[in-house]
Design a protein around this ligand. Structure first.
Ligand SMILES: CC(C)(COP(=O)(O)OP(=O)(O)OC[C@H]1O[C@@H](n2cnc3c(N)ncnc32)[C@H](O)[C@@H]1OP(=O)(O)O)[C@@H](O)C(=O)NCCC(=O)NCCS
Length: 197
């Protein structure tokens, strides 16, 4: 597939239709258009290329969460998921976060492999979080602080990630991190983290 023109850029509401197409291809149960619109407005959402991928991140009190990453079926398996996660980690580092957390279905092997290959390590397991028999795994990625700033043993990156984007993925914009999380008590696990497909 020709990657020319594929770029990672900040999402806007004009990207909502493309993001919903990704959402529907990626998950059988998932975020609504309203949820995605709120993410775009309140948090950090970037899209890749012409509707090929999306990642959503949030930041609360210095802790960043990776909420969602989706790659279009026809673009999977060629490094775009890793490029998006790497971009999210760079954003978290720029923001000054010490950790990035995420939740993912224990049965979502592609996502688990992706996250572990990006240096995330398992922290907790939430039984039946997404429904009976569908547990959530909580993962954490420690962010390397700038040299000499707050460097303690726990801050050491456990598995450095290659943050070099594929040559044909061009970073064109970056957004400002938001401090508001934007989820409320009515949201379901599917609306706040990564279920299985
Ligand atoms: C998970 C997902 C984002 C991966 O995107 P991708 O672009 O295909 O991933 P990459 O090509 O960057 O692969 C990076 C690593 O992820 C892992 N991986 C990706 N697809 C995999 C699969 N089907 N099975 C096992 N591991 C897989 C591998 O470790 C891979 O590294 P490698 O190529 O060196 O072996 C994609 O499969 C997807 O959109 N799934 C549906 C939505 C979803 O479940 N999102 C995650 C939870 S929010």
């Amino acid at each position: 597939m020709n990657m020319a023109g594929d770029e990672i850029r900040l999402a806007g509401l004009q990207d909502l239709d493309g993001i919903m197409a990704l959402e529907k291809a990626g998950f059988s149960r998932g975020w609504s258009a309203k949820s995605w619109a709120e993410e775009i407005s309140d948090h950090y959402v970037v899209v890749a290329g012409d509707g090929l991928g999306v990642i959503a991140m949030s930041a609360v009190a210095g802790t960043v969460e990776l909420l969602r990453v989706i790659v279009a079926p026809q673009a999977q398996g060629r490094g775009l998921g890793r490029a998006l996660v790497s971009h999210g980690l760079e954003w978290a580092e720029h923001f000054g976060a010490t950790d990035v957390f995420l939740e993912v279905s224990a049965s979502n092997q592609a996502a688990i492999q992706l996250y572990e290959s990006c240096g995330f390590t398992p922290l907790d397991r939430r039984t039946d979080y997404y429904g009976p028999g569908d547990d959530a795994l909580v993962y954490r990625r420690v962010i390397q602080p700038p040299a000499g700033v707050g460097q303690t043993p726990i801050d050491v990156v456990q598995a450095p990630v290659d943050v070099v984007l594929p040559p044909d993925v061009i970073l064109t914009q970056s957004g400002s991190p938001s401090h508001s999380h934007g989820t409320d008590s009515s949201t379901t696990p599917e609306e706040t983290s990564c279920p299985n497909r």
